[in-house]
Design a protein around this ligand. Structure first.
Ligand SMILES: [Fe+2]
Length: 381
């Protein structure tokens, strides 16, 4: 891609620059009301169609801890978590996301969330007793991008299982790391998320300046959520972290041993973006789950923004392995505050899959050399 004046090409093949407010021709107005002070992504409420099958996947195979359960709902957490849960699985008719939930710094930040989204004309619901068990006063909104977002501070504390090595598995999931959202207009989404107080860590662009994806953070890791360009609003994945790469390999071995290798969609591999080691799985409903480890610290105020060329074959897999088409095209529905699926809007700007895969697409491994397809040698199908 063409270097902008404010970008510096690094020896790793990507560009760095200092963050600026992302321009959007179709921007959501920035509210006068200040945004809530968001700490981190905290949990996702996921509707599943077969709770027993989901329990087997998330508890028996992936080893998440059960905080609480009843006939219709499972409350699960990762090893290091001290709040009530990181994942709520609720039995329902349509597999979808009911809430992307963020923890805020103080109880007073909920008033800020109400004012911020009310000024935008969004639907806002507040429940002093929480929408799910273990969580107190909460605000849920249909955000301007169509996603169901939740904010809370009060939560029950539970035991951190970090010291319970007797219970750990070889593929131990230690933290909730991030969400990933699919949206048709990435600059609009990034511009709005910056107004909400998120910082940009990395993005993928082409030489026309089209943005295909962006990674956004509150906590000082690479991200709390990412915006992936595509038909949306939809949920691309939820991601849990392990301590080490070998934990991810152990999950692959376990799935193979259980004859569940068809749950592995993509990877294991090394990301270019985020530098993390990764694996993508699909749960029994097709919800995508990433397992991820060893991204980098981003807490300084002048942390450089990394920009990848959409044609760089190493951006999504540092080893140049192909991205399977389903990873680009498939994602989960999201619900409105009444529990109905949000309509999906088609992305009209060019798609990353179209510009990098197949006869019309191209990509390179070494900048300046002849373009090649996304697929490495050996992929003739
Ligand atoms: Fe991810």
């Amino acid at each position: 891609m063409t270097r902008r004046d404010d970008m510096t090409l690094t020896s790793s093949g990507f560009y760095v620059s200092q963050e600026a407010r992302t321009h959007s021709d179709n921007a959501v107005p920035t509210p006068q009301a200040p945004p809530p002070d968001i700490l981190r992504c905290a949990y996702m409420e996921l509707v599943v169609t077969d709770l027993a099958a989901s329990r087997q996947f998330y508890v028996d195979i992936l080893g998440l801890y059960v905080t609480e359960e009843d006939d219709s709902t499972l409350y699960l957490r990762s090893t290091e978590e001290f709040i009530h849960h990181n994942l709520v699985l609720r039995q329902g008719p349509i597999a979808a996301v009911a809430a992307f939930s963020y923890r805020v710094r103080t109880a007073g930040d909920l008033d800020k969330a109400v004012a911020f989204y009310t000024e935008l004309g969004c639907r806002v619901k507040r429940r002093p007793d929480g929408f799910v068990n273990g969580i107190g006063d909460s605000v849920r909104v249909e955000d301007p991008l169509g996603f169901p977002y939740e904010f809370f501070f009060q939560t029950d504390h539970v035991e951190r299982m970090s010291w319970r090595y007797d219970l750990h598995s070889p593929g131990e999931l230690v933290r909730l790391d991030h969400f990933n959202q699919v949206t048709p207009d990435v600059p609009r989404a990034v511009n709005f998320m910056q107004a909400l107080g998120f910082r940009v860590t990395e993005d993928i662009q082409d030489d026309e300046g089209i943005v295909y994806a962006a990674w956004l953070r509150r906590k000082p890791s690479v991200h709390d959520t990412a915006m992936t360009g595509g038909d949306g609003p939809r949920m691309h994945h939820i991601c849990f972290a392990t301590h080490e790469k070998h934990n991810i390999l152990a999950i692959c071995d376990t799935l193979g041993a259980l004859r569940r290798s068809d749950a592995i969609e993509r990877g294991p591999g090394r990301h270019g973006v985020s530098n993390a080691f990764y694996l993508y799985l699909r749960d029994p409903d097709g919800h995508r789950v990433e397992i991820y480890t060893q991204d980098y610290y981003t807490g300084d105020p002048d942390n450089p923004v990394i920009t990848w060329d959409v044609h760089d074959n190493q951006r999504r897999d540092w080893w140049g392995n192909p991205v399977v088409p389903s990873w680009y095209s498939e994602a989960s529905l999201v619900l409105d505050l009444d529990g109905n699926p949000q309509p999906v809007v088609t992305r009209t700007t060019s798609s990353e899959m179209a510009v990098t895969i197949g006869a019309d697409g191209f990509s390179y491994t070494r900048r300046g050399e002849e373009a090649q397809g996304e697929y490495k040698l050996g992929n003739q199908l």
